[in-house]
Design a protein around this ligand. Structure first.
Ligand code: ADE
Length: 349
């Protein structure tokens, strides 16, 4: 047997021995593979587990998801970020009900036509649900292959990614290819991490980066996008046990999520001026107090929230805003930094 075949057999054995027990591995239906893989593109396994379990209780089937309100779907996604993924899951479930009679297509071409379903997820459904010889190449797999083949090019380049995908496919055996495919993902997550644990790796004897002593230098990637700092003065406006909130507009980063209203600000704030601006919008207000600063990150932003409480004399309607009780807040899909804030202010209402 050649080295590559030996390595892939060793990887498959390693995976069957050491794979983590994860809820989406209990039953590989296309729906469960789809939802778990979309969640896993978002964040790490330990964060995904409770979201996945809750999601399957709320929306156990494609049909249940298609019949749910978008607000309930966004609410179940709350805290995972990139809410367009939740909107796409919902839209795609409806598409699968109407165009495919509720059954997932079992070929990659038709899977790719479904809204928001990209090559990675289509590959994962083909490999894990349909047990086909299909590549599902995520960042974990790219790192593994870049080291195994000692690829010294930038793996963020589309042409290099294409080559890695073809290479991954060529490495999959005819028998039980899904064990090798999921093994590559698992190896990237547990062993071939940013700092690799080569002493534990089933591929180390054939790994070219390891042979050359390059393993920590690879893979080569684009420089990270800089994070952008945002400073926001958050208005907590109370009126008789109610608080004013607004929903982010469509097309914005946090579209469809609720939050407390805020002004973007410079470091120095003049509270008198803010109160005057508030009064011009909603009538008489009385300044109450400042709350502790809250930091929260989303996409490439790092936001610092500076919350201040005012009491409003009247319950004035403001376009795009609504007055709610704290109980109602807990039921709405809320942006995560503002969710922490709502928990703090619950004691003030
Ligand atoms: N990351 C992406 N897909 C995964 C999977 N199926 N199991 C564990 N981690 C993953």
């Amino acid at each position: 047997m050649d080295q590559e075949k030996k390595d892939m057999a060793a990887l498959s054995d390693w995976f069957m021995r050491f794979k983590r027990v994860l809820p989406w591995r209990e039953n590989h239906s296309p729906y469960r593979v789809w939802v778990s893989e979309v969640m896993l593109q978002q964040t790490q396994v330990s964060v995904v587990i409770p979201y996945f379990e809750r999601w399957m209780e709320l929306f156990p089937t494609t049909q249940a998801l298609a019949q749910s309100d978008l607000d309930a779907v966004i609410k179940a996604w709350e805290g995972l970020g990139y809410y367009s993924r939740a909107r796409n899951l919902h839209a795609a479930a409806r598409e699968i009900m109407t165009k495919h009679a509720g059954r997932f297509p079992s070929n990659k071409e038709d899977l790719l036509k479904i809204k928001g379903l990209g090559p990675y997820t289509a590959g994962a459904i083909m490999a894990f649900a349909y047990k086909q010889r299909a590549a599902a190449v995520d960042g974990n797999v790219r790192r593994v292959i870049a080291r195994y083949d000692a690829i010294e090019e930038n793996i963020d380049l589309a042409k290099v990614q294409k080559r890695i995908e073809a290479r991954t496919h060529s490495l999959l055996p005819e028998i039980d290819p899904h064990h090798t495919m999921e093994g590559l993902i698992e190896l990237g997550a547990l062993v071939c991490e940013r700092v690799p644990k080569c002493g534990k790796c089933p591929l180390s004897s054939g790994c070219k980066a390891f042979a050359k002593g390059f393993e920590t230098q690879l893979p080569i990637r684009n420089k990270r996008q800089k994070t952008v700092s945002l400073h926001r003065l958050v208005w907590i406006l109370f009126h008789e046990g109610h608080v004013l909130i607004r929903k982010e507009k469509k097309g914005k980063v946090m579209a469809d999520l609720w939050h407390f209203p805020f002004f973007e600000m410079n470091k120095n704030i003049d509270l008198e001026q803010v109160s005057a601006e508030l009064e011009s919008l909603i009538g008489k207000v009385t300044y109450d107090q400042e709350l502790d600063v809250i930091k929260h990150g989303f996409t490439r932003y790092q936001a610092t929230l500076y919350p201040h409480i005012w009491q409003a004399k009247n319950r004035t309607d403001l376009p795009g805003h609504t007055w709610v009780s704290i109980d109602e807040i807990s039921k709405l899909p809320f942006c995560s930094g503002h969710r922490s804030l709502s928990e703090i202010i619950a004691s003030y209402l």
